[in-house]
Design a protein. Structure first.
Length: 285
């Protein structure tokens, strides 16, 4: 299986239900559209998807496959995702490096886990199972974690690089999650970006976050409910220098604004991509 990529001129946006009709009516210029798989496993949204796929490339972003589940992959859920992928034929398919299911119950969160050799074997097996069913490599996304495990023995970037080497999967680099972890845990996000294998990074996510006060201290929450903040834009510029080939996408999942606001965020990303390209060309001269 060969890792797929999206060749594009413009940054993509997450396609959410409030924007379906506007997207069909206006057909704004955007690089690609990303959907959450679990929102489209039935007939919901089928008309919009069939209409929009005539003019846009798509990416499918799953949130419930539970890559790090010690119980293995739920084949019934995987089959529903596979049917969507087979019908839509997206350019990219991705899922989070986390677990979200136990004992048949699905949790409305992306749970972290300790990075150990034992966990690596579990995740490798699960990714291989998913990729065999989908007949394609997937991208794995770094998550924002609100706790750290003392038992972790492998740095996150090295863990992800090992998954790439062992399964042939790719990486979805979420720079907002990296920044949230930097503030919450003191991890240097720029250094973390440099631990990822550049050829494997095929997509970059941008989003907003919020700040909560917990026991007198500030904790950032990855809520995708606001515009991309300046520190995340700054980290995006670093990511562009490392992964210029990757397809950027702006997510906005809560407090969803009018479509033109989201398109403007994507345009800002394109402006930064252009400026970053000018810097790279100047350095090479």
């Amino acid at each position: 299986m060969t890792l797929l990529s999206i060749k594009l001129q413009k940054t993509g946006i997450g396609l959410r239900q409030p924007h379906w009709q506007a997207m069909m009516d206006i057909r704004p210029a955007t690089g690609f559209l990303e959907i959450h798989a679990e929102n489209f496993l039935g007939n919901r949204g089928r008309v919009a998807l069939d209409d929009l796929r005539r003019d846009y490339k798509f990416s499918v972003h799953a949130v419930g496959l539970s890559l790090a589940s010690a119980e293995g992959i739920d084949d019934a859920h995987l089959s529903r995702v596979a049917s969507l992928v087979e019908r839509l034929q997206p350019s990219l398919v991705s899922e989070h490096l986390c677990w979200s299911r136990h004992g048949g119950a699905y949790f409305n969160d992306l749970m972290p886990f300790p990075y150990t050799e034992e966990a690596l074997a579990v995740v490798v097996s699960n990714i291989q199972h998913i990729q065999e069913r989908l007949k394609r490599p997937i991208l794995i996304e770094n998550i924002s974690a609100y706790l750290q495990f003392s038992g972790s023995r492998i740095p996150e970037g090295e863990f992800m690089a090992a998954l790439v080497a062992k399964t042939g999967c790719g990486i979805l680099c979420d720079v907002n999650n990296a920044y949230v972890n930097q503030i919450n845990h003191g991890v240097d996000a720029c250094d973390w970006l440099k631990t990822l294998p550049p050829p494997a990074v095929q997509e970059i996510h941008l989003a907003g976050h919020c700040a909560n006060n917990v026991d007198g201290g500030e904790v950032l929450i990855d809520d995708h409910g606001s515009a991309v903040p300046d520190p995340v834009w700054e980290l995006f510029v670093v990511a562009l220098r490392l992964f210029s080939h990757a397809a950027p996408l702006v997510e906005w999942d809560a407090n969803i604004p009018p479509l033109n606001i989201l398109i403007a965020e994507a345009a800002k990303a394109d402006y930064m991509r252009a400026k970053s390209g000018e810097v790279v060309r100047a350095d090479a001269a």
